[in-house]
Each structure stands twice: as C-alpha cells, then as structure tokens.
Design a protein around this ligand. Structure first.
Ligand code: PGA
Length: 260
C-alpha cells in the first residue's frame, strides 16, 4: 500500500482578516487542483470561515490549529469539534510543540484532543518532537516514544487510519535549522517501528508521518524522498503561496519517483 504524501500549512498566529482569504486564494490558484498530494491549510480560528470559502471547490482542505475536548459549556476561550466541523474543518493539529512548550499542554490533554477528533470525524495531526537539550542528552527516542504512546492511548487501529503523525524536532521549528534527511528518517523509521509494536506492521505501514521544522523549497526534495517521510507540516514557508507551491511540487515529484 502506498502512502499519499500530505502537505499541511500551519499559519500559526499570522495573517489578518484581509490577508488570510487572499493567501488561501493564491494557493488555490497555484495548487488547488493538485491530485498526487493531499493538502491542507490551518489558519487562525477567526479566519477559518473566510479561508474555507476561499478554498471551496479546490483540493485544499481546511484544518484548525487546536481543538478542545469537551462538547460545549463553560470553557472560556475554547473551541469544540462541532464548531470546527461547522466551519468546514477536516483536520486538526494536536499537540504542536508551541502548545506543549509555550502554552503548557500535557500529553494527557493532547491525547484527549486526539480522541475527540477521531470520535467526532475530524482528522488529527499529532505533533511530537524533542527539545534541543533532549537531543543533546540522547533522549530523542525516549521523548518521542513517550509522546506517541501517551498521545495515541485508546486510539483503535481502525481510527489510526485518520491520524497523521508530525515529527517536528523543536530545535528545527522556526529556527532555519532543519534536521538532516538522515536525522529525520531515523526518527520517522523509529516511529513507524513503534506503531508496528503498538498496533501491527500493516497498520503502521499505512500511517502518514510528516516532517516539520524549517521545511523550505530548497530542502523539501531531499527530506520528502526519504522512505518514511510522507509529507510535511510547514510553518513559515506556508505563509508564501509560491514557497508552499514549490514544496508541494517537491512532494509530487518524490511521489512520482515511486519511492515506496
Ligand atoms: P516552521 O514551522 O516551518 O516555521 O519551522 C513548522 C511547524 O511549527 O509546524
């Protein structure tokens, strides 16, 4: 079974009322009918609806940057699965490193978010990745394994088909420093082995594992041709339609090269 590459743009806390649909419109023009790669963009919450309109009829799906795991009620500031579905979201980023390390989300909260997504028909992108100090202390495998185990607790192998994993070494996010293709591939292969142990090999072979962290047009090709890298979660470069389109074309080429 081949894994179709999946490229998602995480706009983080960027763009404005005017810029967000304009950026989405520019992306639709450039890559809105691409067939060989699954695509999504994740704008800030206030712009989900207008970006959704700009994406309508294209192949680019809408995603959210976060979710809350309760249905409704007294949770000031939070956003429910039903609200995200109302505005047309298909994907949700869960446990992004900025939410783990800046906002203080725990593995348990992230797991509840992942379970909420799969239970309510949304597709989670579960982010994992080690800090620089953890890499330097040789703890990468331990940290990423813990995040995968705890993040996926209670997720059935049937539900895992809707889950994407994004490996994003924290030291590579927004820093301009990318993991080398070998460094990334090593962790991706470890994640797939681990999924094989938690579930089974056939299930693990079908899970898409994105790489994230300073992916740019000039390094996307060599990352995306690695055997266990099935796409990318793009921050900075997803704010420029041209760069995003170039990365998507690298993913398309990697796929056409029939690496798997
Ligand atoms: P970056 O962000 O591409 O700007 O490094 C990636 C991410 O945080 O998802």
């Amino acid at each position: 079974m081949t894994r179709k590459p999946f490229i998602a743009g995480n706009w983080k806390m960027n763009t404005s009322l005017e810029e967000a649909p304009a950026l989405a419109g520019a992306m639709v023009e450039k890559v809105g009918s691409v067939e060989g790669v699954d695509l999504a963009v994740c704008p800030p919450f206030p712009y989900l609806a207008s970006v959704g309109k700009a994406l309508a009829g294209s192949k680019i799906a809408l995603g959210a940057q976060d979710i809350f795991y309760e249905n409704n009620g007294a949770y000031t500031g939070e956003i429910s699965a039903a609200m995200l579905k109302d505005v047309g979201c298909a994907y949700v980023i869960c446990g992004h490193s900025e939410r783990r390390h800046v906002i203080g989300e725990t593995d348990e909260m992230i797991n509840r978010k992942v379970l909420k997504c799969v239970g309510d028909g949304l597709k989670p992108i579960l982010c994992v990745g080690e800090l620089l100090t953890e890499r330097q202390a040789d703890e990468t495998i331990e940290v990423v394994s813990r995040q995968i185990h705890l993040g996926l607790e209670g997720v059935s192998s049937a539900d895992l088909t809707d889950v994407t994993i994004a490996y994003e070494p924290v030291w590579a996010i927004g820093t301009g420093v990318t993991a080398t293709p070998d460094q990334a591939q090593e962790v991706h292969a470890m994640i797939r082995r681990l999924l094989g142990e938690i579930y089974d090999d056939a299930t693990a072979r079908n899970v898409r594992i994105q790489y994230g962290g300073s992916v740019k047009p000039d390094n996307a090709g060599e990352l995306l041709t690695q055997p266990d890298i099935d796409g990318a979660l793009i921050g900075g470069a997803s704010l420029k339609a041209d760069d995003f389109a170039k990365i998507i074309s690298a993913a398309n080429n990697a796929n056409n090269a029939n690496k798997r």
